[in-house]
Design a protein around this ligand. Structure first.
Ligand SMILES: Nc1ncnc2c1ncn2[C@@H]1O[C@H](COP(=O)(O)OP(=O)(O)OP(=O)(O)O)[C@@H](O)[C@H]1O
Ligand SMILES: [Mg+2]
Length: 349
């Protein structure tokens, strides 16, 4: 296309919050132009599936009014059960040939009729031998992709890129931290219903999995142990997260929820480790709304026995400090990694 920009809006539709980011990307630099967030309408999203499209579109429209964007094109991301990412072996071949062949290769791994799914892949460059190469196969039902696109279009926008949140997380990390790390690195985006878990080997994304646990589990645990409503449980959790005083019982529940979270995470780490010969994960970077949970960082650090750091999405991505003050940036920084990773994509139309 000759005229018009390929600049996109990054749109992350989470279980708890809907986030929208606009970036100016220019020769290896990126600057935040606008950011908007709003609570996700109740029960509209479950495990990454859009259950109730209309209230989500209305929420997106409201965020758009606040941020006053001129852009129309959107990059959004699938996650949870709406997408399958699998590490598979394929015969050694040219990448352009693989574009054509991947459907046939995918058939044995995907539990759906090939005519019903959209397929994509990412090469894992480290894992190439004479005969085989490893790729991350990405598959989503056409119907699911259509529902995301429809939602975007009902918000008055155009759906330009349908990505995967795990890859967007990796994209945001790579932009900020580079991809020259030699050690195996784990990324965790701890949201409400799920935790995106990504592994980088030699700076390349080599594993992506959405673990179905997140802050929502902590809220549910508080609700059941203290016998309070879900809303009360959520506000007790947030109060604890921002350092306000809460009953001792809340802390007891959060401590045991941390242990359950760690167990669940460990299962996925074991699964990754069994499927790779790159060695152990040497360091984790964490992000997501739920990393404010008391002692989560310490619990991960002790349980995993490796350094765990909070990922800084603004390490290299800039923002105008006249428009966004430091307090605001600190408030949003746990929430923005995935939408920033989406906003870094180039539109295709
Ligand atoms: N200060 C805080 N302390 C503890 N938890 C918090 C705090 N602020 C937000 N959260 C939790 O963070 C979660 C929302 O984070 P985020 O926006 O990353 O999730 P999401 O993208 O909507 O969820 P998912 O990706 O699982 O669909 C909620 O579970 C919320 O309770
Ligand atoms: Mg999320």
């Amino acid at each position: 296309m000759l005229f018009g920009s390929t600049k996109v809006i990054g749109l992350d539709i989470g279980t708890s919050t809907i986030k929208l980011v606009e970036l100016n990307v220019n020769r290896g630099t990126a600057e935040v132009i606008s950011f908007g967030v709003a609570p996700t309408p109740q029960a509209a999203v479950m495990n990454g599936e859009i259950l109730d499209s209309l209230p989500i579109s209305e929420t997106v429209t409201r965020i758009l009014e606040q941020v006053k964007t001129k852009r129309k094109r959107v990059a959004t991301g699938l996650w949870g059960t709406s997408v399958i990412v699998k590490r598979i072996n394929v015969p050694q071949m040219d990448e352009s040939l693989l574009q054509e062949q991947i459907k046939w290769e995918a058939e044995q791994y995907i539990p759906f009729d090939m005519s019903e799914v959209s397929i994509d892949f990412h090469l894992i460059p480290e894992h190439r031998s004479q005969d085989v190469m490893e790729v991350l196969l990405v598959a989503a039902k056409n119907e699911t992709v259509y529902r995301y696109a429809e939602l975007v279009e009902n918000s008055g926008l155009e759906c330009s890129v349908v990505d995967v949140n795990g890859f967007a997380l990796a994209n945001c990390f790579e932009f900020n931290y580079g991809n020259s790390q030699k050690e195996v690195i784990g990324l965790l985006n701890v949201g409400a219903a799920c935790t995106n878990f990504v592994v980088l080997e030699n700076g390349h994304t080599s594993f992506v999995r959405d673990i179905p646990v997140g802050g929502g589990n902590y809220t549910a645990d508080i609700q059941s142990h203290l016998g309070v409503s879900l809303d009360e449980a959520e506000s007790l959790k947030i109060s604890a997260g921002i350092g306000q005083e809460v009953p001792e019982e809340v802390f007891d529940v959060l401590t045991s929820s941390n242990e359950l979270f760690l167990e669940e995470l460990q299962r996925s780490i074991d699964f990754y480790q069994a499927s790779s010969n790159a060695g152990e994960i040497k360091r984790f970077y964490i992000t997501g709304g739920s990393i404010a949970l008391p002692n989560l960082l310490e619990s991960l650090q002790n349980g995993l026995n490796v350094p765990v750091e909070i990922m800084n999405p603004f390490k290299k991505i800039k923002y105008n400090d006249k428009k966004f003050n430091a307090d605001y940036i600190a408030q949003i920084s746990n929430f923005v990694s995935v939408p920033l990773g989406l906003a870094l994509r180039k539109g295709t139309k």
